[in-house]
Design a protein around this ligand. Structure first.
Ligand code: BGC
Length: 822
């Protein structure tokens, strides 16, 4: 591949300035390191219709109350922090540069996907006919998470004069990105102080006004001509919440002068610090300049990409988009995140949609982390574990037992789901019962179990995981009630993953009964909790049961429920999404498509028409089909049989056909799940959904929502389609299993994974699978592919199907690794 083509595969590039596209570009050009992230907003801009400077640090939340529609609502939000890249310039006391008024000749903005560096290049001619070229770069260090760097090189093409830079730390920012939230309070920061730790530096301290979290940023700004540091004339700027310098230097025609800004960021939530301002000031002089910091940063990214190598040949732009998705995943959660007490925010650290809350979306994210950076999953699961007491309290307050995790989680683990939401189509504030999505607990349990399957981390299971499984199982056992008429257990008043069904017509907020996904997965959780208990050695098991007060009669009730939970079916054997779903009306999909075009948010359309989506067989996203997403047919069949239901081979395609025809795909998760479930029977349709999942953010297919924050689960889920779905890769029962249904049209896949400390390189194309022992594999392991099982030795490669082509020989990249005894 030529260097140019390779660069294309590693670059997200925008040619030309388009103010209407700026919000989307800002979100997609975010640079971050899993500790903080900054939108790719123009450094000279402040918040307006085209621009939104946003910087968010993981876990920095603040609560505010507002009265809307006559009700007081409280919302906790991820706080927009001071705009650290703020910088602009002017010539000979003219107007400050502003992209919206400049006479642009050329404009190009690109994000280097390999090293998360954002570059913006422009040429413009001003009203006095002077031509100037500008290059701005920025990155947020993956190496030292408290360091951010930006620079700006200005070339006077055909003029000489006085060049003046302005560089500030701008703390006069609010949370105003999401138009739907504009009636809600958004001022989270109050200024504390601005100081000048040394001649070339300023320090800004702000504090969140409810959670009381201090945030300190210090900036060192210097001016350069080539390698020569210029003694620019400096003027200190001091305004409430804002501080910085104006720096002036002379520039001659043909010369380039560069402003360099190195920033340190610390918050009151950091570890290993005294207090944020002291650390920001102490660390700033220790850091080198742009090039020095770049070295560590690029090395850290190179190491991450070694672990996240996912190469797909063929299918147009797929490779580049996969890299974009992995990049944004790692900018939201990275090894830097593992030191923090945070979860996985559904919209990344890229915007303000859903206020930075943590949902079930980690279900779609962890499979990538488990097989590459399991320590990170462990840390993110500990975010849930620390909030177990709060979840227990929530269950008790609702009259239940065990742990009831919140649908939306923020700082302390209380339920953060909004109670009112605005339908922008009708302008009405409506009640929002999405807190009824107690299936979040199932996701937490599933994640615990799958982390354990991928890592065999018994310490985690013993000290944290088993307790979470037990408390979540206990919750479901307490929520389930025995229905004498049916002779089975039922679960009433919940919401399933499909958010269109909040209740029955006439009782829209009361939830629905017997959501099949919830009921089946509740049983799965109970069975896994029993497995976890059984797998613990006697003493830790006794300690756990004593700690949580688990009684033998509870366990026998669990077993009973696990055999007799009710699952609703339609007459033709299709699993019913919930009790009574079959009695709802069919929607005239063609009519609505013809009338509105995009009907993803059918709920909003119908409400604005005075109707209610609860009346229809219409889903926002996969609900019953989530069962086939999370569990393979090999797991589901025994589970249904255990429950006393039949599970014939035709059940999966029948359900897919039924629900696919009744889904509006109003959630970005929908494409991922549908690609997954279609992969076995309708490979080409699955590829269509896969390609749709790839488009989710880069093409903003939800129409404006990506600008408010990336859809992290869809991004990670699309990569996982390659990793686990089309490859049929499973980590189950102490084995790595492969069962590829690889679509020929996707070309060849090569990816690195780490299974229980075994580094492996998988190569899949068509029907062929190759598994090579990766760097550092030191003992043999068994691998199964379809009906074959073989042993992979260090330094060797296996091929499936074996046939004549079976090899078991040293792979070229590992010939140097001597085989070790098991
Ligand atoms: C989806 C949820 C998802 C949430 C956050 C909603 O639109 O319906 O399933 O958890 O977005 O991504």
């Amino acid at each position: 591949m030529s260097e140019g083509a390779d660069m294309d595969q590693w670059t997200l590039c925008y040619e030309g300035y388009a103010p209407d596209d700026e919000p989307l570009r800002e979100a997609l050009c975010t640079v971050g390191n899993g500790y903080l992230a900054t939108r790719g907003a123009a450094p000279e801009a402040s918040a307006d219709a085209a621009h939104y400077p946003g910087t968010y640090a993981a876990g920095i939340y603040n609560r505010l109350t507002t009265t809307v529609a006559g009700q007081t609502v409280e919302n906790e939000s991820l706080v927009n922090l001071p705009h650290w890249p703020a910088m602009t310039f002017r010539i000979d006391d003219g107007p400050w540069f502003d992209v919206d008024t400049a006479g642009l000749l050329e404009y190009r903005q690109y994000l280097d996907l390999r090293h998360a560096i954002l570059t913006r290049r422009m040429r413009f001619r001003d009203t006095r006919g002077r031509t100037t070229a500008v290059t701005q770069r920025r990155f947020v260090s993956m190496d030292f998470e408290h360091a951010c760097v930006a620079d700006m090189a200005v070339t006077a093409e055909d003029w000489s004069g006085r060049l003046e830079f302005r560089s500030t730390l701008d703390g006069a920012v609010r949370n105003t990105l999401v138009t739907r939230y504009q009636d809600l309070a958004g001022t989270h920061l109050e200024p504390v102080r601005a100081t000048r730790p040394c001649d070339d530096s300023v320090l800004l301290e702000v504090q969140t006004n409810q959670s009381g979290i201090r945030v300190a940023m210090a900036a060192r700004t210097t001016v350069w001509r080539g390698r020569e540091r210029l003694s620019a004339r400096r003027r200190l700027l001091e305004e409430p919440g804002r501080t910085g310098y104006d720096l002036a230097a002379d520039i001659a025609s043909g010369q380039t002068v560069r402003l360099e800004k190195v920033v340190t960021v610390f918050t009151g939530r950091d570890r290993a610090i005294s207090e944020p301002a002291a650390e920001a000031a102490r660390w700033l002089p220790r850091l080198g300049g742009y090039d020095d910091l770049l070295k560590g940063h690029t090395t850290a990214w190179d190491h991450l990409w070694d672990r996240f190598r996912i190469e797909i040949e063929g299918r147009g732009d797929a490779q580049r988009i996969i890299r974009l998705h992995v990049l944004h995943l790692l900018q939201t959660v990275s090894p830097n995140t593992a030191e923090l007490d945070v979860g996985v925010p559904a919209r990344g650290l890229h915007g303000e949609a859903y206020r930075g809350h943590v949902f079930w979306d980690e279900l779609f994210v962890f499979p990538l982390l488990n097989l590459r950076v399991p320590d990170l999953t462990r840390a993110l699961l500990r975010y849930r574990y620390r909030r177990l007491p709060e979840a227990r309290q929530a269950a008790r307050a609702a009259g239940h037992e065990g742990a009831m995790f919140p649908w939306q989680s923020g700082s302390d683990g209380r339920e953060e789901s909004q109670r009112l939401h605005l339908n922008p189509r009708s302008g009405r504030w409506l009640s929002d019962p999405s807190w009824r999505q107690h299936h979040i607990g199932i996701a937490v349990a599933y994640n615990v179990w799958h982390y354990y399957q991928a890592t065999a981390d018994r310490e985690f299971l013993t000290h944290y995981g088993a307790q979470m499984l037990v408390e979540i199982a206990r919750f479901w056992a307490s929520v389930a009630s025995y229905d004498r008429d049916r002779g089975r257990y039922v679960i009433r008043g919940v919401m399933g993953p499909d958010e269109f069904h909040t209740g029955y017509p006439g009782a829209e907020d009361s939830g629905i009964d017997n959501n099949a996904y919830t009921n089946v997965m509740a049983v799965w959780v109970i069975l896994r909790a029993l497995d976890a208990l059984a797998s613990l050695p006697e003493q830790p098991r006794r300690h756990l049961t004593e700690t949580v007060g688990l009684l033998p009669e509870e366990l026998s009730r669990w077993r009973d429920i696990s055999r007799t939970m009710y699952v609703p079916f339609h007459d033709d054997g299709v699993i019913s999404q919930f009790d009574g779903y079959d009695t709802l009306r069919e929607l005239d999909w063609d009519h609505y498509r013809a009338r509105y075009g995009n009907i993803r948010r059918l709920d909003r359309i119908l409400e604005a028409e005075g109707d209610d989506v609860n009346r229809y067989k219409a889903s926002k996203q996969a609900d019953v089909l989530m069962l086939f997403y999370l569990l393979s047919a090999d797991e589901l069949a025994p589970l249904f049989h255990h429950l006393g239901y039949s599970f014939d081979a035709g059940i999966i395609p029948r359900n897919i056909d039924y629900y696919l025809a009744r889904t509006s795909h109003g959630s970005s998760l929908s494409a991922v799940v549908h690609a997954w479930v279609l992969a076995r029977a309708h490979r080409e349709r699955a590829v269509e959904f896969f390609l749709r999942a790839l488009e989710a953010d880069i093409a903003d297919i939800q129409g404006g929502t990506t600008a408010e924050g990336i859809h992290l689960a869809a991004l990670a889920g699309s990569v996982d389609l390659l990793q686990r779905c089309f490859s049929g890769l499973e980590t189950r029962g102490n084995q790595l299993l492969l069962n590829p249904y690889w679509p020929e049209s996707l070309g060849t896949l090569e990816l690195s994974v780490r299974y229980r400390e075994h580094p492996l390189v998988l190569r899949i194309s068509g029907h062929q699978v190759q598994v090579a022992a990766g760097h550092g594999m030191h003992r043999p392991m068994r691998i199964s592919c379809r009906s074959e099982t073989a042993v992979l030795h260090p330094g060797s490669t296996l091929e499936f199907p074996s046939g004549d082509s079976r090899i078991d020989r040293p792979s070229p990249r590992d010939t140097a690794t001597p085989p070790q005894p098991p």
